[in-house]
Ligand binder design. Structure first.
Ligand code: GCW
Length: 705
């Protein structure tokens, strides 16, 4: 009797997690039991033991992760052995620095997964390589692939694959929409929230190997001994996952916490202060990654305060790092007040410095020239600084893309930039090749994503936002992966394996970014969003702290037409690109419509290649974009039987808000631009039921100010 009750209890415990709502905490590392019994049996027979050759800390993590994953997927424990068992089939993990993996021979993070005899060998060039190999193997199981006869190798195309947290000491996150910062400074270093480990696991599973843990609008506090102890504790959690910690630094720290009277990079005491600080950090955190710097940008102090250049500032920090194995990532996100066109500012400041940066410095450039808009042309600095390794910075958090409310899958945006052809060394000089260092033979390379992570139980607020974190990591590892492949992997691991639903969800994800662009900023409109919080439409915004914080600065609507003339007859920002790009974008008649209003002021009645006038095309895109959200809702409704009920309801509700807000964007923009075009809303669309004055009040109604 007792046995029977125990058995019953066991069965209940085993099935219970499936009845409980999925709170999203486990991300794509769910490791639920493989449902197909035949497949499960195959996996079980191939994974009867795990053998670990060595005691490297990251190798140990790899073995633990594999055990954990297999336990869930196979529904039974898999023993960890010191060496392979000759009579059984299993998985053997080992480090071989000269392992034959694809990619550059200098690469320490590659792995190979190969069937050999009875076993599957996962061999990495380092412990981290094995860890990445283990996650790749688990992914095969999670997505239902065959694991017999495997012979695959992979290595990252980009060396520094970073998350940038814009987290503040007080727990807030700049542009964070998923709760507070996951770092609990008040508890550190004594208490290590288990979430830190889960965070490390998630990052390692997608190949992220560095995190800048604090906001680039940095507090000097992080460099105090008190905080360094806390940072050290975090580094201790991340290290076994192959992840290094970096700090964003406040340029004027030598003054604020160092008691100096200057932060001039050429001042001997300042140099000395930073060198001592670097030594202090490395004495605590021997594998510290380095510094990330926002200087002379949006009010942050910097070397220019002392008449010094960005290169002089960055090089001083590089020198301070001395022989330590660290780097400086110096951001190029600068725009001085009063510049003729903000588009050109970073280029004008940084291009002349090419060749002046020390070998430890990488210049970090946002994907586009303005600021993480829903669509931007690639930043003209890509290809223009061949002597400097450039880090591509993209934003995973959806500052301008509907925060945690709108479903926008970002892989297509990231890839659009990576695939863009700068043509600076002939056709095929893509941004990706600039960034991975191959175009100009750089020894170091990097990519950074501004994190969308917070204390929300599901990490990212919008459940689908997890896909953007995932996609960033996967593309940082291998930018040749298609956004569809990535979406499919993520969906199968996170939401459902039911084929029709997977196809539906992936289709919605793939189209979502273009849909967002259509109902917010079609045809190359940009920066017409709500002031400060960067949410909702505010194309009428004409007064702000500075002209380039308004909307009218960017769309330049007037009775003649719409768009920013950046050709030779305008700001001539177009001239910053190579001749081939200038040719592709320079003529309003042939410029791709996605970039049209980025570069041209186009007449309202100008016919476009679509056969419609500019005005009619604009209105059409706003209407069809907003209607496409209804399509997204319908598609999502169809996957109900295949996904977790709570998650289904959450996404359904967010889509309803997205639809409401798409209409808000549509009505605001067509009604406002109509005051200039003086044209009717084209058939078959019905004019908005509300007036412009009514729409303008919505910003207050939603309490978005
Ligand atoms: O996109 C803008 C944001 C700021 C941010 C800045 C930057 C961290 O609105 O919040 O500051 O970019 O990238 O430095």
């Amino acid at each position: 009797m007792l046995l029977r009750s125990l058995l019953l209890l066991l069965i209940l415990v085993a099935v219970a997690p499936r009845c409980v709502a999925d709170d999203g905490y486990r991300l794509w590392l769910k490791y639920d039991l493989v449902a197909d019994a035949g497949q499960r049996a195959q996996y079980r027979s191939a994974a009867q033991f795990i053998a670990r050759n060595g005691s490297d800390a990251v190798l140990k993590t790899a073995a633990t992760e594999l055990q954990r994953g297999l336990q869930g997927l196979l529904g039974q424990p898999v023993p960890l052995m010191a060496k392979p068992e000759s009579t059984k089939r299993g998985i053997v993990l080992s480090i071989d620095p000269s392992a034959n993996v694809s990619g550059s021979s200098a690469n320490r993070e590659g792995f190979r997964i190969a069937s050999q005899g009875r076993n599957i060998l996962v061999t990495g060039r380092s412990g981290a390589g094995v860890l990445y190999g283990v996650f790749a193997l688990l992914r095969q199981l999670q997505t239902g692939q065959v694991i017999s006869g495997l012979n695959v190798s992979s290595s990252p195309r980009i060396q520094y694959r970073m998350l940038n947290h814009w987290d503040n000491p007080n727990g807030t996150v700049e542009r964070g929409y998923a709760g507070s910062s996951i770092w609990k400074w008040n508890e550190l270093p004594q208490r290590l929230d288990p979430r830190y480990t889960d965070y490390a696991r998630a990052n390692a599973s997608i190949g992220i190997n560095g995190v800048a843990i604090n906001n680039v609008n940095a507090s000097a506090r992080y460099l105090t001994p008190e905080y360094l102890e806390k940072v050290k504790a975090l580094a201790g959690v991340l290290r076994p996952y192959g992840i290094r910690v970096y700090l964003s630094v406040f340029w004027a720290a030598p003054k604020v916490i160092g008691g100096l009277t200057t932060a001039d990079p050429l001042d001997a005491q300042v140099k000395q202060w930073w060198a001592a600080k670097a030594d202090e950090i490395y004495s605590q955190i021997p594998d510290f990654g380095g510094f990330l710097v926002k200087a002379n940008s949006e009010g942050e102090p910097g070397p220019q305060d002392y008449g010094r250049s960005h290169a002089e500032g960055a090089n001083m920090l590089a020198t301070a790092l001395g022989a330590h194995d660290g780097i400086v990532m110096w951001r190029a996100f600068v725009y001085k007040a009063g510049s003729s066109d903000r588009f050109k500012q970073a280029y004008e400041e940084f291009k002349p410095l090419d060749g002046q940066f020390s070998p430890k410095v990488l210049v970090q450039v946002k994907n586009g020239p303005i600021d993480f808009q829903a669509r931007e042309p690639f930043h003209p600095l890509f290809g223009a600084m061949p002597k400097t390794p450039l880090v591509l910075e993209v934003q995973i958090t959806q500052e301008y893309l509907g925060m945690a409310t709108h479903l926008v899958y970002l892989a297509p945006l990231f890839k659009e930039c990576l695939n863009a052809d700068t043509q600076t060394k002939g056709p095929g000089s893509t941004v990706a090749k600039v960034v991975d260092g191959s175009l100009d033979q750089h020894r170091i390379s990097g990519i950074a994503g501004v994190a969308n992570i917070g204390t929300d139980r599901n990490w990212t607020g919008h459940p689908m936002g997890q896909a953007n974190w995932y996609a960033f990591g996967r593309l940082a590892w291998d930018y040749t992966l298609t956004s569809k492949v990535i979406a499919t992997e993520w969906t199968k691991m996170t939401l459902t394996r039911e084929p029709q639903s997977v196809a539906t969800i992936v289709d919605v994800m793939e189209k979502s970014r273009d849909i967002y662009v259509r109902y917010t900023t079609p045809l190359g409109l940009h920066h017409i969003m709500g002031q400060n919080i960067h949410y909702g439409p505010e194309p009428w915004l004409a007064q702000a702290g500075r002209p380039d914080w308004t909307a009218v600065y960017y769309h330049k609507a007037d009775s003649a037409g719409l768009g920013f003339n950046r050709t030779a007859t305008g700001s001539n920002a177009l001239a910053l690109y190579s001749p081939g790009v200038q040719q592709a974008w320079g003529n309003a008649k042939t410029c791709p419509l996605n970039y049209l209003l980025w570069f041209h002021h186009v007449g309202w009645q100008q016919p476009l290649p679509t056969g419609r006038t500019l005005w009619n095309e604009l209105a059409t895109r706003y209407y069809t974009g907003a209607d496409s959200v209804t399509w997204m809702q319908q598609r999502w409704a169809s996957v109900r039987p295949a996904v977790d009920a709570a998650l289904f309801a959450d996404v359904t509700a967010r889509l309803a808000i997205q639809r409401r807000e798409a209409l808000w964007w549509r009505d605001a923009c067509v009604l406002y631009f109509q005051t200039y075009s003086k044209q009717p809303i084209p058939a078959p669309f019905a004019p908005p039921a509300r007036t412009l004055a009514e729409v303008k009040t919505l910003v207050d109604l939603y309490q978005l100010k």
